[in-house]
Ligand binder design. Structure first.
Ligand SMILES: Nc1nc2c(ncn2[C@@H]2O[C@H](COP(=O)(O)OP(=O)(O)O)[C@@H](OP(=O)(O)OP(=O)(O)O)[C@H]2O)c(=O)[nH]1
Length: 171
């Protein structure tokens, strides 16, 4: 495996240690996002491992820039929620930022891809084990898609996401 990727995974595991995704260690979620990001290349996988490290730990954008370069640091920064308590307000804020990103900029393109991978990992997990989260993602889907979807960026991820959120009605 690529050295930069291993370094990102090691850093993410150490910074998120003691944090949980439900009953599971947090890195289980990071691995799930990183697996979904694999077809998009090593930088996408690195960003997947680090996508919550600024939001949920003391890690700073400067530290990421010095360890992994500006491409990775900027992408993780774009994906990082603000500190607002209220989820709806927090999501409004980040959706505004994500909708303003120009996918011709490489760090923005990768942030939009990994954000979709993150949501798919969350929806997959919630569909089988957390009705509360699944209902929340269903409610958020239209605004999330409006902010994050860009034609041709990662259609297979969006195809599965749309199908999990809006299952075809029984024939
Ligand atoms: N145990 C469990 N945990 C889940 C599941 N789906 C999502 N999560 C995690 O729970 C977070 C949402 O936690 P909540 O307490 O419901 O809402 P909050 O955002 O107000 O904290 C998700 O963050 P997020 O803001 O939606 O995404 P992210 O961008 O932070 O990853 C994700 O990390 C699931 O099926 N099972």
């Amino acid at each position: 495996m690529n050295n930069r990727y291993l370094k990102a995974r090691t850093l993410a595991r150490s910074r998120h240690s003691g944090q949980y995704y439900g009953d599971l260690p947090y890195h289980v979620h990071l691995e799930a996002v990183s697996r979904l990001a694999t077809p998009f290349g090593t930088d996408a996988m690195i960003i997947a491992q680090l996508h919550d490290v600024m939001e949920d730990t003391e890690t700073t954008v400067d530290e990421l820039a010095s360890d992994f370069g500006f491409l990775v640091a900027d992408a993780v920064n774009y994906m990082t929620d603000g500190k607002l308590e209220d989820r709806a307000k927090r999501k409004d804020m980040i959706n505004q930022r994500l909708s303003s990103l120009d996918a011709d900029e490489e760090s923005a393109r990768l942030a939009l891809i990994v954000k979709a991978c993150d949501r798919l990992a969350n929806v997959r997990a919630s569909k089988s084990s957390s009705e509360r989260h699944y209902d929340m993602y269903k409610l958020e889907h239209a605004s999330f898609k409006e902010a994050v979807y860009r034609k041709g960026l990662c259609e297979a991820i969006w195809w599965e996401l749309d199908n999990l959120i809006e299952p075809m009605s029984e024939q």
